[in-house]
Design a protein around this ligand. Sequence first.
Ligand code: NAD
Ligand code: LMR
Ligand code: MG
Length: 437
Amino acid sequence: MQKQHIIRNIIVETPSKPGNFAKVATAIGLGEGDIGDITTLKSGALTTLRDITITCKSIEQLDQVIANIEEIGNGVKIHAVTDDVLNAHEGGKIAMKSRLDVRSLGDLQRIYTPGVASVCMEIYNHPEKANYFTSIGNSVAIVTDGTAILGLGNIGPVAGMPVMEGKAVLLDQFVGLSGIPILLNTSDPDEIVETVKHIHKGFGAILLEDIGSPHCFEIEERLKEELPIPVMHDDQHGTAVVALAAILSACKATNVDVKKAKIGQIGLGAAGLAICRMLMAYGVEDVYGLDRQEEAQNRLLKHGGKTIGSLEEMMETCDIIVATTGVSGLIKPEMVRKGQIILALSNPNPEILPSEAIAAGAAFAADGRSVNNVIGFPGIFKGALDAGASAITYPMLIAAAQAIVGHTKPGELIPNPLDPTVHQLVARAVEEAANKK
Ligand SMILES: NC(=O)c1ccc[n+]([C@@H]2O[C@H](COP(=O)([O-])OP(=O)(O)OC[C@H]3O[C@@H](n4cnc5c(N)ncnc54)[C@H](O)[C@@H]3O)[C@@H](O)[C@H]2O)c1
Ligand SMILES: O=C(O)C[C@H](O)C(=O)O
Ligand SMILES: [Mg+2]
């Protein structure tokens, strides 16, 4: 099991004189806490109250940070230490809400009975009208069996629900789609395929999330074949789109021809195999893969990739390294080659911290927080639904990656996911690519 990040909010009062906040920041830094958002809650003549978000690697480190701040004295006081991450999850992050108000009898008759019967019959007689007169075309089922929740492993679908709710929040806020988590009490491929087939009619598309390998491959393939709506396993193809985009941006910045570069993928599970397949579909000639499981390596060979003997050999051979193993700290700084591009994408902790990789000589380095499928999946689903596509194809995924690259600032690997334009651009590119077929 992975070690966790401890995120806490410290409410600190300081005398309203220059330099006092600097003392608090130094105390946090000396305890190796990482400062995030800072909100001034009160700015009085005598004292100032701030809410400071900090991230620590352990509870012991958090205790050290708190002790450091308390030691400052001279009017610097901690009022509270709160767990805002946990608080934000109270009651869950999503809710099914009505878009219409029911205020009068007329509303009731229009929205519900008897009015609704005529809409039912309209759809019965013209099934395609369900797209206009229901929310189906705007709804995405977020399906998990809980077998590969982030890099936390098989913690089950209920423990994975906060991730599924998170994906729903992102679909809503970035592209206006309704994401509805479906938690499966089975990880048997036959049962999953059967269940999704039975419930698909209520959805415009199916997003498979955090389903472990190798069963995720069979499940996605079968559902794609058997359902008339888009199905995409986000950990495979959403991740592959974003990894391709980051690689293209890094190559642009370093004048490297991506198709001629040697690219090494460590971890050939859901994300890793899809990244290799995406790179090969883009035209990269030398894609090398490494996994501790032989069957995962064989899968890559079947898809036309190459394997390599060891982690050390891969780090020596390849110009670009992508890692999706779920193993924090797997890549040691001494393995990094000067000028390498390193994407250590495992969440919640990367195979090597970007700062360590850069200090060890990498030209570009990023982790799974910045190179994250959040940049891809909302626009991919929106574009596919807007196009009325029955499937999500490689040309649509490559168009998504190119839209991301087109919106990336020089010197950066990936755009800011909070920039709403990027999701609109991805959606438009995917829709256009779908319509080209
Ligand atoms: N940044 C993103 O957007 C993003 C998206 C998807 C997945 N991920 C991360 O990628 C990681 C893997 O996710 P997944 O869904 O592919 O899981 P997975 O279980 O399908 O794949 C992990 C693979 O890594 C291999 N592996 C483990 N330790 C290894 C080692 N020491 N050397 C070589 N191979 C090793 C395993 O055998 C397995 O095949 C997770 O941490 C997840 O959070 C990140
Ligand atoms: O959920 C994320 O942050 C990205 C990805 O889907 C993952 O499983 O790590
Ligand atoms: Mg995931």
